[in-house]
Design a protein around this ligand. Structure first.
Ligand SMILES: O=c1[nH]cnc2cc3nc(NCc4cccs4)[nH]c3cc12
Ligand SMILES: [Zn+2]
Length: 391
């Protein structure tokens, strides 16, 4: 019999219900071990057990429902011996709602030539202290078990868009993309066996690979469906490919994902990408953009982006975004934030991160409300018009 029929699935720590649909867009509710998440949702990235410069109380105040942690970084620092006594990441970082952890595969892949990939896993030297480390599907599951994350991501290989370095690089071939996709499928099976051996009570998500080749994406999805994960992610995007390529792959695979399971698009994206993702059946997003751009003075608003460092804001008494109800927009002016940025004051990135995260979370709240009212398409048009207006 196929391996799938021999398995007795454990009750996973996940329930998902689709409340409404409009085209491929879905309004859903995701119940995890640490709480309920209304979808579509944006997940703030908290790589080292902190969303940089933002207190958990502020995350709650702005409506964050689930945040990300990174297995690779937390394995290196502070390490499992520190996290284990806390029962995992929640109590350690003071966030008691759901947490999703990436598996570490992408982060190790980003190390470039410092890593050696084999069938078994990835060997690399710790960028922290030079230790020789070996990350495998089984070790990734063991780490995420200690972290006790509500959503565990399979250990995969993120198929690159460009092979070799950016400058002289060339496009990944179909053969290379196929090998990488099939390796991730073999690793998916190994993750599932280890996840079940550990009797992890949370939910394990598979990750669809296949590069820019839609037939490989279909084969990846078919292979993952045999393993019957409670949720699926789309990987291998937002890795330097042109926007049109990301959309082409997303428009192909998004609507083909199993309707009754949650769909997570990894590492995406701009506000426009999120709205396009929802229109193609995506329920969950994560991206470092709102927090990383905030620290660089690149702010998102309803009417377009704003670069705080520009001298035009030196005496501008208006808030970042007239229509924003966040702590930063309620209490401070563009002139004050420009001043903090110019002085390199630490309150600067703290306040701009609050605004950018609030903007992303509020955008997804408006998306949910438009889906509840059956007006997502109208919302999508108004959103595009507003964003083109200019601040
Ligand atoms: O296939 C993937 N597998 C597991 N994690 C990922 C994370 C990802 N994050 C991005 N893009 C966002 C970026 C963040 C920093 C550089 S690119 N793309 C991603 C793809 C994957
Ligand atoms: Zn604001």
């Amino acid at each position: 019999p196929s391996s799938a029929s021999a398995r007795i699935p454990l009750p996973s720590g996940l329930q998902f219900e689709v409340l409404k649909t409009e085209g491929h867009a879905r309004r859903g509710r995701l119940t995890l071990n640490h709480g309920v998440v209304e979808t579509p949702i944006f997940m703030p990235v908290g790589t080292y057990g902190t969303v940089k410069g933002v207190m958990p109380r502020s995350l709650e105040e702005m409506g964050a429902q689930i945040i990300l942690g990174n297995t690779f970084h937390l394995w290196l620092r502070p390490g499992m011996d520190v996290l284990r006594p806390f029962g995992g990441l929640h109590r350690f970082e003071g966030w008691h709602k759901p947490i999703l952890t990436d598996s570490g595969g992408f982060q190790v892949w980003s190390l470039g030539d410092m890593r050696k990939i084999s069938e078994e896993g990835v060997k690399f030297a710790s960028p922290v202290n030079g230790d020789k480390l070996f990350l495998t599907p089984e070790v990734s599951m063991q780490i995420q078990h200690v972290l006790n994350s509500d959503v565990v991501m399979q250990f995969d290989e993120c198929t690159p868009y460009i092979m070799g370095d950016k400058a002289s690089g060339r496009l990944t071939t179909e053969k290379e993309a196929r090998y990488s996709m099939e390796l991730s499928l073999r690793w998916a099976k190994r993750c599932q066996l280890e996840f079940e051996r550990l009797q992890n009570p949370n939910a394990l998500f598979g990750i669809v690979q296949g590069g820019m080749f839609t037939h490989l994406r279909d084969e990846s999805l078919a292979g993952l469906e045999l393993l019957d994960f409670p949720g699926l992610a789309v990987g291998g995007l937002s890795v330097g490919e042109p926007k049109a390529e990301m959309l082409r792959v997303l428009e192909h695979i998004g609507p083909r994902l199993p309707a009754h399971k949650p769909h997570y698009l990894m590492g995406v994206g701009t506000p426009e990408d999120l709205v396009d993702g929802v229109a193609n059946g995506i329920d969950m997003f994560d991206c470092v953009m709102p927090t990383r751009n905030a620290r660089n003075g690149h702010l998102f608003t309803r009417y377009g982006d704003l670069r705080l460092r520009n001298t035009r804001y030196k005496t501008d008494e208006r808030p970042l975004d007239e229509s924003c109800s966040c702590y930063t927009c309620t209490n401070f002016s563009r002139a004050y934030l420009h001043h903090l940025d110019r002085c390199g004051e630490m309150l600067g990135p703290m306040l701009t991160s609050v605004h950018n995260l609030h903007y992303y979370l509020d955008l997804m709240r408006e998306v949910r409300e438009s889906l509840d009212a059956g007006g997502f398409e109208a919302f999508r048009r108004q959103f595009a018009t507003d964003r083109a207006r200019g601040v």
